[in-house]
Design a protein around this ligand. Structure first.
Ligand code: AMP
Ligand code: MG
Length: 410
């Protein structure tokens, strides 16, 4: 049963559709203005890769917890080379020797094993002669040699990681070392990915004339996951207004963010904008002075973000990277993606009134277009290292011009 909202005007609230399309930056600012940080939840460390911490992690212990050996060898007191010492026991990793080392004595020791009382240095196996009951140390042993002290890495009570920290492998490892099994993190965004179009068929299906495989559902789903978010619903809906509205209603019940492709232009079979607005999603913008991706639509409803991306496969990816990716970063607490700059290695024609995201490969620090740039040429994307933003204007942007690069990683 579709929850219908009271009849409402289909006119946008923040941009008159009759007005000029927005600039990329204006559209991005509108999206940013509707982003709200998602709540935090306790997350097992093994599921927290890429999440953002929302608490202070304090070390519960000294790390390492006791002085231990940095080498496999013999723990003894410092002294001259050439000493032959009596072997009185062994300290293994996890099994300390319950003995004290005196003058003229040594204990076999493994890397990471606790230093026995009385010993203050470790002679490595490589510079000792092992006779079974005794050992001869071939080099002088200075105090502290090959000994790791307790708390050398972390001290109990140290602030180890703070709120806002993005958790990579090293951060997760240090959290575990500090004594944690779970961390309070901003939760992953729940994203519904929807493709519209009567002509679309599932991957691998046979195609009748005029049909094509639904690649957007796969690329957008992959981009969502690469952005650290969860895909909670994947759906394909035909170009039918009632079915579209039912599908969107289900998505709005489950997701923080809805990313839909196709059906946002002005054709008689484009039902995306109308269906979302019927469900109470307010239009924030429609159309950006951008190639590819002009018909991009964005709306929101009570903190839920809704993106209507154009159906052409390159347009869908480019507009995801420009508008959806920064939103996913923001609501998941991550810092904005860094932009880079480069130099054009060849001249590129400019569009008179739209900024263009050209797929480029980077060769020796210079950017070159990856062949034909049509919005249906997905190979232009797979050959690319980055997107280059070519500002609108007359003629061409000359080789040697400075350009801004956008990452293909969301
Ligand atoms: P639309 O934005 O719906 O007008 O679609 C524009 C073009 O993109 C059409 O040629 C569609 O067939 C194509 N297209 C739309 N959706 C997809 C999709 N999910 N996968 C691949 N191509 C698509
Ligand atoms: Mg369509």
């Amino acid at each position: 049963m579709i929850q219908r909202c009271p009849a409402r005007s289909l006119q946008p609230t923040e941009q008159n559709v009759a007005s000029q399309p927005l600039d990329i930056a204006q559209a991005q600012a509108l999206v940013a203005g509707h982003c709200r940080l998602l709540p935090a939840e306790l997350t097992p460390v093994d599921g927290a890769l890429g999440l953002v911490l929302s608490e202070q992690v304090i070390a519960s212990y000294d790390v390492p917890s006791s002085a231990n050996s940095a080498m496999d060898g013999f723990a003894a007191r410092a002294g001259d080379a050439g000493r032959t010492l009596k072997l009185i026991g062994e300290s293994r990793a996890g099994q300390p020797a319950a003995i004290s080392v005196g003058e003229g004595e040594a204990v076999r020791i493994s890397t990471g094993a606790v230093m026995p009382d009385g010993a203050n240095a470790v002679a490595p196996i490589e510079v000792a002669e092992d006779h079974g009951d005794t050992v001869t140390l071939l080099e002088e042993l200075t105090g502290g040699r090959n000994v790791r002290l307790a708390g050398e890495d972390l001290r109990a009570g140290d602030a180890v990681l703070g709120p806002g920290r993005e958790l990579g492998p090293a951060e997760l490892g240090i959290a575990v070392a500090a004594g944690r099994a779970e961390l309070q993190c901003v939760r992953r965004a729940r994203v519904a990915v929807i493709a519209t179009g009567d002509e679309l068929r599932d991957p691998g299906a046979d195609l009748a004339p005029g049909e094509l495989h639904n690649s957007n559902l796969t690329t957008i789903g992959a981009l969502v996951r690469a952005a650290g978010a969860d895909v909670v619903l994947t759906s394909h809906v035909g170009d039918d207004p009632a079915a579209t509205e039912r599908c969107f209603s289900e998505a709005l019940d489950q997701a923080d963010v809805i990313v839909c492709s196709g059906g946002v232009s002005v054709g008689p079979h484009d039902h995306v904008k109308g269906a979302f607005m019927e469900l109470g999603v307010e239009e924030r913008f429609w159309r950006v002075a951008l190639r590819p991706g002009r018909p991009t639509w964005f709306g929101s409803r009570d903190g839920q973000l809704v993106f209507g991306l154009p159906g052409n496969p390159v347009s869908a990816m480019v507009t995801f990277l420009l508008f959806v990716a920064p939103a996913l970063r923001a609501i998941q607490g991550r810092s904005p993606q860094q932009t880079a700059s480069s130099t054009l290695g060849e001249s590129i024609p400019r569009h008179p009134d739209r900024d263009e995201c050209v797929r480029v490969r980077i060769d020796d620090g210079e950017a070159f277009a990856t062949g034909p740039q049509g919005s249906h040429i997905l190979s232009s994307m797979s050959l690319a290292d980055a997107l280059a933003v070519i500002p609108r204007g007359e003629g061409s942007l000359a080789a040697g011009s400075a350009i801004e690069l956008l990452s293909l990683q969301p």
